[in-house]
Write a protein that binds this ligand. Sequence first.
Ligand code: AHM
Ligand code: MG
Length: 327
Amino acid sequence: MSVGATLTKFLLEEQRKHPGSTGSFTALFSDLVVAAKIISREVNKAGLIDIIGAAGGKNIHGEEVQKLDELANSVIIKTMEHGGHLSGMASEEMESFVKIDGRYPKGGYLLVFDPLDGSSNIDVNVSIGTIFSVLRCQAGRELTEADFLRPGAQQAASGYILYGTSTMFVYTTGHGVHGFTLDPSVGEFLLSHEDIKIPEFGKIYSINEGNTKYWFPGTSKYIERLKSSDNDCCARYIGSLVSDFHRNLLKGGVFLYPGDKKSKNGKLRLLYEANPLAFIVEQAGGAASSGEGRILDIVPQGLHQKTPLIIGSRKNVDEAAAVWREV
Ligand code: AHM
Ligand code: MG
């Protein structure tokens, strides 16, 4: 499809390729796009603290101001709950999952999301993002936590919205990865990156080197090896997973958040962060590993389970995982 097509048009074309499709999935995505536009607007206003008021305080109209991550969480829930496409949602911001209550019809999908990832960057005008994952479920049956605890390989779709120099919506439904850029003048996401492929190998590595003293020997050995190799590797770490991931997806490289002596499973969450991005990276020709195996094969034990993560270009990920195993 030609560059510049709207996300809605692109989704409809994709739907027509699957004749049995009910359109429910396309409608679910349309709701998600609305949530993305609202959050993008709010993120862009975040610098206007003096005018709109700081989180926890009141704005010039005397209204309570919500923290941006809580605001993003409620925007997604409110935008998605009434469409009739979902039976439930789970969010990094909430301890337990929510069921679609009796006011709205239930549907055959579950939405799992991190409403605003990169929380330490929210207040300092650095790119942040929303990450989402869509799972199928049996509509009409009582929803339990177990319905969410399925390996990432079973995701129906996943993606992220990056609030950067421009706002981008990147997703996969298992048929390649496509990226759309929000044109604020028309209020639409327009196709800008069709069928994204990550380079097989990249020079960029992204890891929080401030944690060096806590690393296990495998991580130290891998990073030392990178620095002393002839590849002229290049360190880039924003501290917002979506932003670091997106850059490496386009340019090639590897992002690592290892388990360490402080936290044996690292920091990142399997359901909200690792699985959705692992689905994207595999569809783009890359890889995602916990060091012990493929991220998408992990059977989750809990909604907020953490996992070590190596994600990016296939050759880089394979090498890092091999070094972790050697030590
Ligand atoms: P968050 O969900 O609280 O925002 O934490 C996740 C973020 C990721 O975006 C990022 O990759 C990571 O935390 C950075 O962590 P650190 O500051 O330990 O390097
Ligand atoms: Mg997060």
